[in-house]
Design a protein around this ligand. Sequence first.
Ligand code: HEC
Length: 114
Amino acid sequence: MRMPVSLRNRIASLSLALLALLAAIPGAAAVDPAREAELTDLVRQDCGSCHGMTLKGGLGKPLQPQDLEALDVESIASIILEGIPGQPMPPWKGLISDADAAWIARKLKEGFPQ
Ligand code: HEC
């Protein structure tokens, strides 16, 4: 039996709404495994140049889970995207997406992968 067109359209617009909703939740948008590997290198090397290769601090503060307890994933993602004005912490939004920043923030809170 074929689905009536009107029902199909409703289902299509419902799934679009659901997608938009998911995209609006930070961290819900998926980062594929290849991108995860790139982001891991970026954090170790580029972030590591200031925060230390092991993220234990350098010019920038340490970024281990115990150091980030006061910040939620959303705040960390926004610091990564926007930088900290007046501090050497640069904005990364030209280089990484919102989903990338949310992934990095979540991983920093969990303990960043080696
Ligand atoms: C050029 C040096 C530099 C680079 C590169 C850099 N940061 Fe920073 N970052 C800093 C400094 C300095 C601060 C601390 C400012 C302060 O003392 O409040 C900071 C602060 C932060 C904070 C806030 C920490 C807190 O406890 O308040 C986070 C999170 C952070 N950086 C993440 C990152 C990530 C992730 C990257 C890579 C995508 C990165 N940083 C790259 C210099 C840098």
